[in-house]
Design a protein around this ligand. Structure first.
Ligand code: HEC
Length: 109
């Protein structure tokens, strides 16, 4: 019985985490790759710790970098939107999942 529950918990946690990472990937593809290289090459420029820092407080630091930059004008409406605040959590999980020191490589799709 106990073993069964342990298995169930591990299974459910893993599934929830994968779902979050998947959502984050969708956000990244939709909102970031128009300006940043897609996939590993860009995400792996930073370590888990660095992404964590950029994405804490609903990504406030990441938003600030873009809102300061004239070259990123096209992203302002997104970074100022409620949508970004909502996306930030999953996006952060995705970015950390494929950070330089994560040991993971995203699938090519
Ligand atoms: C409209 C274009 C645009 C979009 C969309 C955009 N960015 Fe950026 N991003 C930029 C520009 C331009 C800079 C450089 C800002 C500067 O340094 O002045 C930048 C800087 C960054 C940096 C800092 C780079 C570094 O080397 O530290 C990170 C991290 C980043 N963006 C991540 C993202 C993520 C994640 C998303 C999606 C949520 C995103 N960007 C969406 C244009 C964009």
């Amino acid at each position: 019985m106990n073993k069964f529950f342990l298995f169930l918990i591990i299974f459910l946690t893993g599934t929830a985490l994968n779902a979050a990472v998947y959502k984050g990937q969708k956000t990244f593809v939709k909102s970031c790759v128009e300006c940043h290289e897609s996939g590993q090459s860009f995400i792996a420029t930073k370590k888990i710790r660095e992404w964590k820092k950029l994405m804490k407080n609903n990504g406030s630091e990441l938003a600030a970098i873009h809102l300061k930059s004239e070259a990123a004008t096209d992203s302002w409406s997104y970074f100022e939107s409620k949508k970004f605040t909502k996306d930030a959590k999953h996006l952060g999980q995705f970015l950390e999942e494929y950070a330089k020191d994560s040991g993971n490589v995203p699938a090519c799709n």
